[in-house]
Design a protein around this ligand. Sequence first.
Ligand code: C5P
Length: 220
Amino acid sequence: ADEGPLAGRHVLVTSGPTHEPIDPVRYIANRSSGAQGTAIARALVAQGAQVTFVTGPAAVPPPTGVRLVRVETAIQMRDAVEAALPADAAVFAAAVADWRVAQAATSKMKKDGSGRLPQLSFTENPDILAAVAQRSVGRPRLVIGFAAETDDVLAHATAKRLRKGCDWIVANDVSPGTGIMGGRENAVTLITAAGAETWPRMGKDQVAERLATRIAEALR
Ligand code: C5P
């Protein structure tokens, strides 16, 4: 098992959506299936890495052979990520909610018959990728973020790489029509300090393998 180009390396992977509670029975979520993050973790394991897989409530089952940490909220994901460090590399494939409900109710919100509607106010979630990428101590050698964009993919993803402080951004076009969000295929552009590299459209498993190979090369 402990063989392959990533033997002896610890890689952290976040995956899936987060669920942000409104009250004990309701939450705000997003359409991330966790498929790409799961495929990446599987490919890293196949290349011999020790993988910590921090996942929100995903539609696909988690990979085998990882150290599995299940979370629901962005705050829980941030705490699990911090607890999992140090790592040689970290791949942030999770679709973390940007906002959470500021004061989630502790008992179920009820219709009171008055016709008055609930008002939700939001607060910003921590940016887990940016926090890890900008650490002065204990920063993984290779920090990889994702950018799911619907327009100007290259420009937005290039700006995101600099803003977040990560090494690489895996950018993809999730426009409605592409079938990528929730689908089996992905079309990505890998953005590094050296520039942008567009990969042909391929299965999420193949994207994962190719990315794992690149990670192994970068850590060598
Ligand atoms: O800013 P945006 O959400 O588009 O950035 C996407 C990248 O940042 C992904 O790699 C995602 O996993 C990561 N992210 C994060 N924590 C957040 C928001 C995004 O780690 N709160």
